[in-house]
Design a protein around this ligand. Structure first.
Ligand code: ZN
Length: 325
């Protein structure tokens, strides 16, 4: 069970909810096979977004955004530990590629932070929102399936943290790129996926990396154990629409590149589900009744079975809205 000072208020409630929930986390890989199938078996799928930006996806792994610069490569997320070595090879082999100088953790999950140890040991920069560093510094157990996550060793923890926003200075950029292209990053405080979500925006290339704050394939994991909730999914989608424009390429944690229109469509869908679950919560219903009411039914044909998502979302409302939480 998670016990950390800033989250202690939710501790007792989460324990209670966790005891009631027994469904094993579903397989989120639906659809990834099609996306990753661009490469030969075992080799990474590479999607080029601009001269110096590439999505590198190893089989079964989350998306990694690689920015090739004169001083090496900047990564947004670093795949799982099992894939880290293959990722570093793939990144070195990119046009303009080389060793990694900076790694962003969009959030704490192992699918994103598996290269932290190698990059930390190499003395390079690992940037994360402060809450992500806190989660990576503690053991986490998900109440709903008892899945355990060990804290990372000190050397693998983010060594540059922020609370709200930041930017990287021109030394990170390629030659000949205008000064206004300084890379921007910021906190997504809505807690769409965890309470440490960040985005990274490349204005020159008009590419926005959002991690799992936006799901690019199927229903998302609602990790309320570390702060995520259904209202945050809606809030995050609305917030990110203020950064993106109609031409922005939006890179989610998994799945294909999205557009502003996709964010709008998702915000409407999750808003509808949020309203339905809130209504049920206010009538005193529980997670099992919420699942039985099929509040995602008109979306399931496109998104897949929503039961697991609904249960986690309802629990997240409970955790988030209860006066004790
Ligand atoms: Zn995640």
């Amino acid at each position: 069970m998670v016990t950390r000072d800033v989250h202690t208020r939710r501790y007792i409630l989460k324990t209670a909810i966790g005891g009631a929930a027994g469904i094993v986390l579903g397989n989120p890989a639906r659809g990834l096979a099609a996306f990753a199938a661009q490469g030969a078996p075992g080799s990474p799928a590479i999607q080029q977004l601009s001269d110096d930006l590439f999505i590198v996806t190893l089989p079964g792994e989350a998306n990694v955004l690689a920015h090739t610069t004169r001083g090496g490569v900047l990564l947004v997320d670093g795949a799982s530990a099992a894939a880290s070595e293959a990722l570093m090879k793939a990144v070195t082999a990119l046009p303009g590629g080389g060793p990694v100088h900076t790694l962003f953790n969009t959030h704490w999950h192992p699918e994103q932070t598996g290269s932290n140890e190698a990059i930390g040991k190499a003395g390079k920069t690992i940037i994360a929102q402060e809450n992500t560093k806190l989660w990576l510094s503690t053991d986490v157990t998900w109440s709903w399936n008892q899945k355990r996550f060990k804290r990372l060793p000190k050397v693998a923890q983010p060594n540059k943290t922020f609370y709200t926003t930041g930017k990287l200075e021109p030394k990170e950029r390629r030659e000949g790129v205008p000064v206004d292209s300084v890379l921007q990053y910021g906190y997504i405080p809505d807690a769409a996926h965890t309470d440490g979500d960040l985005y990274v925006y490349f204005p020159q290339q008009n590419v926005l990396a959002v991690g799992d704050a936006v799901s690019g394939q199927g229903w998302p994991v609602v990790d309320w154990q570390t702060g995520g909730w259904i209202g945050g999914i809606v809030g995050g989608l609305q917030r990110l629409q203020t950064i993106a424009n109609a031409e922005t390429k939006i890179v989610p944690g998994r799945g294909p590149v999205l557009t502003l229109a996709d964010l709008k469509k998702q915000a409407t869908m999750y808003g509808t589900i949020y309203d339905r679950l809130s209504t049920m919560l206010n009538k005193g219903r529980g997670p099992t009744e919420a699942v039985e009411a099929k509040p995602t039914k008109e979306f399931d044909a496109e998104m897949g079975n929503g039961d697991e998502f609904v249960r986690r979302s309802f629990e997240s409302l409970w955790a988030y809205l209860s006066p004790d939480a």
